[in-house]
Design a protein around this ligand. Structure first.
Ligand SMILES: Cc1cc2nc3c(=O)[nH]c(=O)nc-3n(C[C@H](O)[C@H](O)[C@H](O)COP(=O)(O)OP(=O)(O)OC[C@H]3O[C@@H](n4cnc5c(N)ncnc54)[C@H](O)[C@@H]3O)c2cc1C
Length: 664
């Protein structure tokens, strides 16, 4: 159904037609009723009756309203959909990510419930307000029909809020509305609201949720239901390989990913290259799958084509047992006892909700979102040395994590390229500037913030520092001549994350296990990357204390280490696997297992194990307790094609090639 729907009793005084639109009661939509050809007398009397009622109490007669979700605009122009923070601010939104150049208009044709005067609001955010109190750079306007409203949106307040833009007179019910970016600096629009009442929609998140459902006619009853043998949430490398391994064993698999492209951090939207080794003992066939779809070029923040989004998609599409649900974000779930019964995903553009039921799920969201929704135990931050006796752990536990990155890239053109002054609370000088032409993994922010709750702040700070530094280089630096013909050709707006929740399994892998080479009988795919932990760059700390945006890495090499199977399922949610950076490891052990060839292999193991759950009608823990010998047989074969040349010989990382003395 069209999202620009409307509700409640709407009197129309168009001479030929009286329209009653859908009224929501207990979530059941009542179809619209049209009553034509009323005679003028009845209309006249009715008008005065309604006017009388409305004077008695404005609450008796609802306004004529229209809510339009920006992300559902069919013509997006240069605006893009950002869903990263919908758990925080309530919705996907459109963002004008033009890197300083205004983007083309987004537009949609909408149907107003009636003609006449409407008050207009947009839900937007003055995104630099955490650092700069005043009009921010994310400026845009709204055009309704032929009228461009004069008020500039996106420049006031300090949080997501409804900004009043003025009044429009609607003469034809069918009208084209458009978002007009003014700056190219990430103006954002969540929704547009028209009403015959001046009252703004609610800001409170719970009320706003109900408000949206009511106006958009979203009902639990009309939801699409899908059933699968295995539901994989998150389409990074871990999720892709979990889905493929299970599908190749014959399971019907749903792969749900909240972006249009697969690969997570290895997609062209984030541009992190694959790291770590495949083909390692004790299961040398694990990881073959990566050769089937893995990009063959090295490097972070390189041109989009290097990340081979299409190849990944073709790989998943080629498997008939996988149904891929792109652009769908898991937002809720239902449980029975300790098991997940279903997850609910929402399409980030159309708003369609799909309920996935299954006996088995895997959380490959990176953030452990499914686990958190299911009440799975998890850890976040750094554990104290006393907890697991790890050499690289701090004395006292804290909330620090590795940060998120907004990587960027510039190109040299033939002509001088202007870049607007960008000064919103982050001022650079000759000492603090970064006179460079691209931002790689070291551009890392938010280590001292909460990577879940503060994620929007963290991403926005990433954008802030890139633009502020670039503006300084282009406009003020004594070296500006060097940058004169350069322009930003890519700045990520989907931030790359390294660390947040780690779901707790029956075993928590520690740095000591890795460094002392304590091998467990349920070892699976081997992690080979060094223990690579990041912290704020001390030079950057000098200039921007507490607001660092550059990091350093300290590596401790390890010998390739088979990750225990017990780290791959939740200890307290019975039917939940996990693969990716959200598995059961300490902060220190995350330093190695997080690289993507390793997460891919761990996903492969999860997919193989899921097939055993299906075959034996058991839960993940039972595979460890009663069917591990079967899993060993599957891991010996692996799920990938055999005999392919290893095209993954870049960024393998350093590891020890001499086996440490085995402790147990
Ligand atoms: C700048 C940077 C440099 C790095 N360098 C390297 C490197 O050189 N080599 C290397 O291998 N690793 C590197 N890493 C680490 C690595 O990228 C991550 O650890 C890895 O991507 C984690 O994999 P994942 O599958 O768990 O998560 P992701 O890759 O983040 O994939 C998760 C997927 O799930 C989707 N998703 C999230 N939530 C939901 C939801 N609710 N519903 C549906 N879908 C959802 C996401 O859109 C994404 O597609 C780097 C990371 C960063 C940020």
């Amino acid at each position: 159904m069209n999202k620009e729907s409307l509700l409640t009793f709407i009197p129309s005084f168009d001479s030929t037609e009286m329209v009653f639109y859908s009224v929501m009661r207990k979530g059941y939509p009542i179809n619209s009723i049209k009553i034509n050809n009323y005679n003028n007398t009845i209309n006249f009397m009715r008008f005065f009756f309604l006017l009388f009622l409305s004077l008695l109490s404005p609450f008796y007669i609802s306004a004529a309203e229209l809510l339009v979700e920006a992300e559902s605009f069919p013509q997006k122009g240069g605006w893009v959909v950002d869903q990263q923070f919908m758990d925080l601010m309530g919705s996907p939104y459109l963002i004008a990510h033009g890197m300083g150049v205004p983007v083309a208009d987004a537009s949609q044709s909408v149907t107003f419930p009636k003609k006449g005067n409407f008050y207009v609001y947009v839900r937007t955010y003055n995104w630099t307000s955490p650092w700069f109190l005043g009009k921010g750079p994310g400026q845009f306007k709204l055009t309704v029909g032929n009228k461009r409203l004069s008020t500039v949106a996106g420049v006031q307040g300090t949080r997501w809020e409804w900004q009043y833009l003025g009044k429009v007179n609607i003469r034809n019910k069918q009208v084209v509305i458009s978002l007009n970016d003014l700056t190219g600096f990430d103006g954002r629009c969540d929704a547009i609201y028209f009403s015959t009442n001046k009252q703004a929609p609610p800001s409170d998140m719970a009320l706003l949720y109900k408000f949206r459902r009511r106006l958009l006619n979203i009902s639990n009853v009309s939801r699409r239901n899908e059933h699968f043998d295995f539901v994989v949430c998150g389409g990074g490398l871990a999720g892709m390989c979990a889905a493929m391994a299970a599908a190749r064993q014959g399971l019907k698999v749903a792969l749900i990913n909240d972006r249009p492209v697969l690969g997570g951090n290895n997609s062209s939207e984030i541009r992190v290259h694959l790291g770590g080794r495949i083909e390692l003992s004790p299961y040398k066939e694990l990881g073959n799958m990566v050769k089937e779809f893995g990009p063959v070029k090295w490097g972070n923040a390189q041109p989009a084509g290097n990340y081979m989004d299409e190849k990944k998609k073709e790989w998943i599409d080629s498997e008939p047992n996988i149904s891929l649900f792109s652009n769908c974000r898991v937002i809720a779930l239902q449980k029975k006892g300790n098991s997940i019964q279903s997850v609910l995903a929402k399409h980030i553009e159309t708003g369609e909700e799909i309920l996935f039921t299954s006996p088995l799920f895997s959380d490959c969201t990176g953030d452990g979102t499914v686990g958190a929704l299911a009440g799975a135990d998890y850890m976040m931050g750094r554990e104290a040395k006393s907890e697991y006796g790890e050499l690289r752990a701090p004395e006292v536990a804290d909330k620090l994590t590795m940060g998120s990155s907004v990587q960027w890239h510039s190109i040299e053109g033939k002509q001088p390229e202007a870049f607007p002054l960008f000064e919103y609370g982050m001022i650079f000088n000759e000492e603090s500037k970064n006179a460079i032409t691209m931002g790689d993994w070291t551009w890392e922010t938010g280590m001292n913030f909460d990577q879940i709750k503060d994620f929007e702040y963290i991403r926005d700070y990433g954008l802030m520092v890139v633009y502020s530094n670039w503006s300084y280089l282009k406009n003020k630096s004594i070296e500006k001549i060097k940058f004169q013909k350069r322009k930003l050709d890519w700045v990520a707006y989907i931030a790359g994350k390294r660390e947040s929740r780690r779901l707790i399994g029956d075993y928590v892998l520690t740095g000591n296990d890795l460094m002392q080479y304590k091998i467990y009988p349920d070892g699976t795919a081997s992690t080979s990357w060094s223990i690579d932990l990041h912290s704020a760059d001390s030079i950057n700390s000098k200039f921007f204390p507490g607001k660092e945006f550059l990091s350093i890495a300290v590596h401790t090499p390890i010998y390739p280490y088979p990750v225990p199977y017990r780290c791959l399922y939740s200890r307290n949610v019975d039917n939940l696997y996990m693969a990716g950076r959200n598995i059961s490891v300490t902060h220190v052990a995350l330093g190695t297992i997080r690289v993507m060839r390793t997460t891919a292999m761990l996903g492969e193991v999860v997919g193989l194990a899921a097939s055993l759950c299906n075959k034996n009608q058991v839960k993940p823990r039972d595979v460890y307790q009663a069917h591990f010998s079967e899993l060993i047989e599957l891991m010996k074969k692996g799920a990938g094609k055999h005999g392919l040349e290893n095209n993954q010989l870049y960024n393998e990382g350093n590891c020890l090639w001499e086996k440490p003395q085995i402790v147990n």
